[in-house]
Design a protein around this ligand. Structure first.
Ligand SMILES: Cc1cc2nc3c(=O)[nH]c(=O)nc-3n(C[C@H](O)[C@H](O)[C@H](O)COP(=O)(O)OP(=O)(O)OC[C@H]3O[C@@H](n4cnc5c(N)ncnc54)[C@H](O)[C@@H]3O)c2cc1C
Length: 477
């Protein structure tokens, strides 16, 4: 919308097309949707559109395309890169998928499920479990993020090691294109080599190519045996070696393997009740690992115990607690999942969602930690996360004795140094959180010119008027 007053007119026209109930302008209702989860971005919007059907999404996009109105798709608004926050012009509209939340079909024999984009991840996990199946995507935000957001960010989480990211868990998609046409690619096929895999372009596109309205997702046999341990390891190298041993000796039953540094345990115990430190002593590094099997009679506890005992003898492991009950396992996970909250409660943080090849991770951590220790006294390193995927949230928390502005003033320099080192190690500056608006500059810096050309060509082909989530992912889009 470029003319003064035209956004008011456009909103009125949209309300006439969709029904007043689908178009909201109340400031109180819009307020929480105008700021991202981390509070980094604050935007404005002409309206919130709440479609109830795919047809209403199509009508909305056809209208916005014809009138060159920017559209910001929004799921649970838990993203870490400001992808779901509109700009400050007040001319864009937010399209929330919250009311497109039906489970359309579950097919236990095909090991697949079809649901709408507004379903919460936790609801999809539950629906799979009710059919004695597993939908393995697992994130700390699963109670509030939506499948559409998971698809659009190609979400990762704590079981990627075994099951892959959202892209690998997707069989089919239904997408409304920028001009309002519907791409019906909701297939449950495991094999389909018929030309370009067009639907895969929407996975990880962060709403810049179209709006995903439904997906067919892969299911797996439900886990019937589970063994969980909280393990103190000598260092990051020991963690990587322990993972390799566990994969080998368990017949690849490892479904999660999360690295946790001492400071993360301390902050979580300090800020989040009722967190308990699972081990009596103090250790620099821990891993939370979980083995699962679809067989009810698999002695995973024994396998875990044997591997940990051997690793103890080899000097890799310093201490370990194997969960004796589901409750104890939950308390280990409670600690892990609350690290981001504890970080937030402790003060400001500088976050880097990086990945390097798994085997290179120990060397990367050593070099990056040494640089931070000598150059950034204002911060305390909390490097935690999905070590089995080579992905760490390489975060720095404000030293409580240092003023927030002074600490935050180092952000650009720290990001530059860490991302440069990641690049040297052949890694990625955005392993699982995407680009949004936060990392547009980094994509420009690190993607090759050929890759950027192809991305721009794809954007132009799918969204020639540039209405889909303008300014996200690609600079100047
Ligand atoms: C406590 C916590 C833990 C987290 N842990 C992880 C983790 O382990 N791994 C991980 O990968 N992420 C994690 N995240 C980040 C976040 O939860 C994920 O990125 C999630 O996939 C976002 O889903 P959402 O529904 O909230 O999407 P939103 O934040 O609403 O949107 C994200 C992006 O997708 C676009 N979008 C949303 N819905 C659609 C749609 N239907 N069609 C097209 N575009 C759409 C938006 O425009 C935006 O660009 C975590 C976040 C929190 C708060």
């Amino acid at each position: 919308v470029t003319q003064p007053g035209s956004s008011t007119q456009a909103v009125a026209q949209l309300a006439a097309l969709l029904g007043a109930d689908c178009v909201r302008t109340d400031a109180g209702e819009l307020a929480p949707l105008l700021v991202d989860h981390r509070g980094l971005y604050h935007g404005n919007a002409a309206a919130l559109i709440l479609p109830r059907s795919v047809e209403q999404v199509a009508t909305t996009l056809a209208f916005c395309n014809a009138h060159h109105i920017g559209v910001v798709p929004q799921g649970g608004n838990t993203g870490y890169c400001g992808g779901a926050t509109p700009d400050q012009s007040g001319n864009q509209v937010i399209v929330s998928l919250a009311r497109l939340n039906r489970l359309r079909n579950i097919d236990p024999l095909n090991y697949s499920l079809t649901c709408e984009a507004g379903c919460l991840l936790a609801e999809v996990q539950r629906a799979a479990a009710d059919a004695e199946r597993l939908f393995p995507l697992s994130l700390g935000s699963e109670g509030s993020c939506q499948i559409g957001g998971n698809l659009s960010t190609n979400a990762g989480g704590t079981s990627v090691l075994r099951y892959g990211m959202m892209r690998e868990l997707t069989l089919g998609l239904e997408v409304v294109l920028a001009d309002g046409r519907v791409l019906d690619s909701l297939t449950g096929l495991r094999k389909d080599n018929t030309g370009y895999d067009v639907k895969s372009l929407f996975l990880g596109a962060e709403g810049t190519l179209g709006i995903i309205t439904a997906a067919t997702l892969k299911l797996f046999p439900a886990a019937r045996s589970i063994a969980t341990a909280f393990v103190a390891v000598a260092d990051v190298q020991a963690a990587v070696e322990l993972l390799s041993r566990l994969r080998n000796h368990s017949g690849d039953r490892v479904s999660s393997f999360e690295l946790i540094p001492r400071l993360a345990v301390e902050l979580t115990v300090q800020h989040i009740r009722p967190t308990v430190d699972p081990l009596p002593g103090r250790h620099d590094w821990y891993v939370l690992c979980e083995l699962t099997s679809p067989r009810a009679d698999e002695p995973l506890d024994t396998v875990l115990e044997d591997v940990l005992a051997d690793a103890y003898t080899a000097g890799l492991v310093q201490d370990a607690a194997i969960a004796q009950s589901g409750r104890e396992a939950e308390s280990f996970w409670f600690l892990r999942e609350n690290i981001p909250r504890a970080q937030r409660l402790d003060g400001e943080s500088l976050k880097h969602d990086i990945s390097v090849p798994v085997a290179a991770l120990p060397q990367f951590v050593t070099q990056a930690a040494a640089w931070l220790a000598s150059h950034v006294p204002e911060g305390r390193l909390i490097a935690y996360g999905h070590v089995g995927d080579g992905n760490l949230h390489f975060n720095l928390n404000q030293d409580p004795l240092i003023a927030a502005e002074k600490f935050l003033g180092r952000a650009d320099e720290v990001r530059r140094a860490i991302h440069a080192l990641v690049h040297e190690f052949g890694g990625s500056f955005s392993a699982e959180h995407g680009i949004g608006q936060l990392k547009v500059g980094e994509l420009e810096r690190y993607a090759s010119p050929v890759e950027l050309d192809l991305m721009r060509a794809i954007k132009l082909a799918f969204d020639p008027n540039g209405i889909m989530n303008p300014g996200k992912v690609l600079k100047g889009s």
